[in-house]
Design a protein around this ligand. Sequence first.
Ligand code: DI6
Ligand code: FE
Length: 406
Amino acid sequence: MWDRLWINARLATMTAGSPYGAIEDGAIASLDGKFAWVGPQTGLPGAPADLAREVIDLAGRWVTPGLIDCHTHLVYGGNRAREFELRLEGASYEEIARAGGGIRNTVKATREASEAELLAGALPRLKSLLAEGVTTVEIKSGYGLNLETELKQLRVARSLGADLPVTISTTFLGAHALPPEFEGDSDGYIDAVCAMMPEVAESGLADVVDAFCENIGFSYEQTKRVFQAARDNGLPVKLHADQLSDLEGAKLAADFGALSADHLEYTSDSGARAMAAAGTVAVLLPGAFYFLRETKQPPLEAFREAGVPVAIATDSNPGSSPATSLLLMLNMACTLFRMTPEEALLGVTRHGAKALGLQNSRGTLEVGKAADLCVWEIESPAELAYRIGFNPLVTSVKDGRDLEMG
Ligand code: DI6
Ligand code: FE
């Protein structure tokens, strides 16, 4: 006997095969928070009422996997609306960063904030994502830049997952920017980040380690040292790579078998091939591309040719992508990067899961995976990417249970 059975569903399973892995006239069942049966309704082994304790008739509505936002900086203090104004008066993102603003502004506000204040700030942002069907969110630290504050951010990220029905994957981004106390000594700060690694690993608060490899961030060699320390402490890696310049971040990520390399506007074709060989996911962030008015396109065609799985995420952060709508990112991935709606949806389901190392447990509608799903009032899955600022979510289900946010 299953717990729940959804019938008269159109399933976008997002498995390989037909577009969207679609099954028209489908049914899907859950037991103990996992999918127990997925297929055409005619294949059900009996009458629905005999098969499950609860039967839900979806009257032909579409079902997708629960959405996955695999790159966010959701926990931070303050905001950077003032810098938005400065940029509109002509200052560039890089100029503001070099003048000591940018990430450092958020670091100051994050250090000053209590854990309760950080939590209260992040909750509405997370709820905004969940209201559009997101069931898994990655959250990075990186606005503390000292052990105490980095762990504070990671604790808040973890506790969000206890407060709301959502899977949180946490990432230690100590190598995000140079803190003021290390001005002029970026190698010294990288030493400090490497020295934090054993305690970060020991705390169990970080699932993955990330770094900002960029001319306004850290060099190839410095990033490599961070990755080596992560490896020595048994933590997988991912990388902010090639966003504003090509420092061969994609190749470095691939060399370390990274789960993902993210941004990638300046990645070369050889970088794309290295990622394919390593199984590293390309995470594209159209919100940051849009908000910073970038013009250099990520090499989508090279990713397609090399067979690199491409994910899409909000990059939700106060400086370069103050976005809390993953559906809007689907639209932007299509309009700005020329992805297809199917590729975009794969980017927030199957490929988003892989970017977090969760490909065996989430990201598709398949037996054995966690019962995370969304029910949508749409005529076709392409509508999820087509609309702008409209939310057709009817219900989302997390580990078999209907989402209730209170
Ligand atoms: N790239 C980004 O898009 C964010 N961090 C990064 O390394 C931006 C962070 C910020 O401006 O606060
Ligand atoms: Fe980011």
